[in-house]
Design a protein around this ligand. Sequence first.
Ligand SMILES: N[C@@H](CCC(=O)N[C@@H](CS)C(=O)NCC(=O)O)C(=O)O
Length: 227
Amino acid sequence: MLKLYIGNKNYSSWSMRPWVLLKQAGIPFEEINIRFDSFDAHSEFRKQIGSVNPASKVPVLDDDGLLVWDTLAIAEYLAERFPDKQLWPQSVAARARARSICAEMHSGFGALRSACPMNIEADLADAGRLIWRDQPAVRADVARIVAMWSELLQTYHGPMLFGEFGTADAFFAPVCMRLKSYALPVPAAITDYIQRLSALPGVKAWIDGALAENDFRDFEEPYRLQR
Ligand SMILES: N[C@@H](CCC(=O)N[C@@H](CS)C(=O)NCC(=O)O)C(=O)O
């Protein structure tokens, strides 16, 4: 059975992507949670993940002893391993676009990611208003996401970015969580997509897990003293 090593569901945006992809695609796997205590060299997290992944990060996929780490590599591996699940779109053109936006996510949107770390459980609308007012780079990241999603939803007619659910939706699921927690202003069509995505059983299962976690990690939350 596949094993997926992940961090805290409330905070670990990179872990969310392959977990949601596997779950929503109906691929059986065992999850192994490694709690974020801190990312210091001597932390328990580092000790545990370091014994599995030389890069010392989650997520990591273990397929019967074959280790695959880094979300893009995991997504490509799953698409090859489970071709019948059609994790990428079927047409060459759509597949190229889906890969492009996943790569753009993987290496970009730094302003949004650093100003608005994923925190599924929290209502951070007040922090979001200040971030929106003061950080033009965050506004630019959100504008790019809105333009990208709007165009894809129009081209492929929804309900997901390329019609049916796939890797691209899994890659942007944590962005949906951020837009929601920080209540960043987006057009109605984008809010509707966020709602549709959040309601998918695989995504909802991750959100429910995050809400049930009850594990306040202060180093992940520069803006709050407690839950
Ligand atoms: N490029 C990696 C990023 C993975 C990553 O940064 N994971 C975070 C948790 S969400 C982590 O393990 N951080 C530990 C650290 O930085 O020491 C991927 O796509 O999987």
